[in-house]
Design a protein around this ligand. Structure first.
Ligand code: SF4
Ligand code: SF4
Length: 406
């Protein structure tokens, strides 16, 4: 039996149970059950902290079904740190009910630790995904979370195999590009485009090998200590390079690094669209017009954690002729929520459905998002009716519009 680590749930006492957060909660909106909203979940955490509550499977499920979207935190007048509380309560449960966790969570941990965090195995999975997509082999028996991952994976480009340095003449600065554990397989084109645009913006790009994972899946999946250690390791790697900034194409990873890697004193981490918007060169490099309409999805990590506004919208407005429209319902989580889209597919699909509908109603050619999980989840929804649809990072459109082909 592992030692019991008591998590700090004392901030539950800050909650005055006013309920102002409840209408903003996507899971409450679906079930209309108090225990599936923030106030109800905080009451469960309080019971847990005071050892007045038996941790049966129902309680675990109400906490497990939370998206960690932190919409509740944004509107709370008492400033309850809900994100920290839900991470701590999952860690608390993990230790207390070790071995009694729902089967899907156990499978998910195996998929996370044995596949997603192992670059060689992930590349093999990428190859298998390509094959299952082409030959329509997703009827083959495999764990449900793995099967769903192969369905949500975007149409795959060749893996991204980075050089250490992408130089420019007379650089105005030097940035590090964080790949993310799944990036080189599932975001290869986004990463290639990021280098093109950063170079065009005048930045030399450093891409250290063997970067590791930011730890977000562990942070929100019951093991925040390990999540923080992973984030700190990534920070150390980049800090040794003496950079002006670290940028990444996934807001979830950058949010984890900013909140949990202790990077505040050293290197600054930015989601790429925030960085590019803030650091526009003058004059801007020449861009080709793109005659199309695009819809911009805003991830919860960008809205509720990084709180940088919709930089993607502003950045895309720099491209001549491009019609940029904000996707309706951006104030609500799309259901991807890290590994949630794999462990809670019904809830995840119910939350993405209105966004897919809103996108179709717009008649837009493409959807963009700054987070890999959201892009995979929404892309999977779009591919139910359009086999090659993909949700891309906005930097792909910038790279396309720059005069130099990439
Ligand atoms: S978390 Fe904040 S908004 Fe929600 S019930 Fe508690 S005090 Fe009110
Ligand atoms: S984090 Fe999101 S899903 Fe969880 S309780 Fe808050 S609003 Fe609801």
């Amino acid at each position: 039996m592992p030692p019991i680590v008591h998590q700090d749930l004392s901030a539950t006492q800050q909650c005055v149970m006013c309920g102002m957060c409840v209408p903003h909660c996507p899971t409450y909106a679906l079930s209309q059950n108090e225990a599936d909203g923030p106030r109800g979940r905080i009451a469960l955490m309080l019971g847990m902290a005071q050892e007045r509550l038996e941790l049966d499977n129902k309680v675990i499920e109400h906490l497990d079904a939370c998206l960690s979207c932190r919409a509740c935190e944004q509107v709370c007048p008492s400033k309850v740190p809900y994100g920290q509380l839900i991470d701590a309560s999952r860690a608390h449960i993990n230790v207390l009910v070790n071995g009694r966790a729902p089967a899907r969570s156990r499978w998910m941990r195996i998929v996370r630790d044995q596949v997603l965090l192992r670059p060689t195995r992930l590349r093999v999975l990428g190859g298998l995904t390509r094959m299952t997509q082409r030959l329509r082999l997703d009827w083959l028996p495999m764990p449900s979370s793995l099967k769903r991952l192969t369905r949500l994976a975007p149409p795959l480009a060749p893996a991204f195999r980075p050089l250490e340095i992408y130089p420019v003449s007379h650089p105005r600065g030097r940035v590090g590009l964080f790949l993310g554990c799944m990036g080189s397989v599932f975001e290869a084109e986004n990463l290639r485009a990021a280098i093109v645009v950063l170079n065009a913006w005048g930045y030399e790009v450093r891409v250290p090998r063997k970067q590791g994972c930011c730890g977000a899946m562990h942070q929100h999946g019951g093991d925040p200590q390990r999540g923080q250690a992973m984030a700190a390791k990534v920070a150390q790697l980049f800090q040794a390079l003496e950079l002006d900034a670290v940028v990444g194409v996934s807001s979830g990873c950058i949010a984890q690094l900013k909140e949990h890697a202790g990077m505040k004193a050293g290197i600054k981490a930015f989601e790429l669209s925030d960085f590019l918007w803030q650091q526009q060169p003058a004059p801007l490099p020449a861009m080709q017009p793109l005659q199309r309409r695009v819809a911009v999805h805003l991830p919860c990590t960008q809205r509720n954690v990084l709180r940088t506004g919709n930089s993607a919208m502003k950045l895309l407005s720099l491209i001549p002729a491009l019609e940029v429209i904000e996707l309706a319902g951006n104030e609500r989580c799309c259901g991807a929520a890290g590994t949630h889209m794999l462990t809670h597919p019904t809830q995840a699909d119910a939350l993405s459905a209105p966004k897919i509908e809103a996108f179709r109603a717009l008649g837009a050619a493409q959807m963009v998002s700054t987070n890999i999980g959201c892009a995979m989840h929404l892309g999977g929804g779009l591919r139910k009716t359009e086999a090659t649809a993909e949700v891309i990072h906005p930097v792909r459109l910038l790279a396309e519009s720059l005069t130099s082909p990439y």
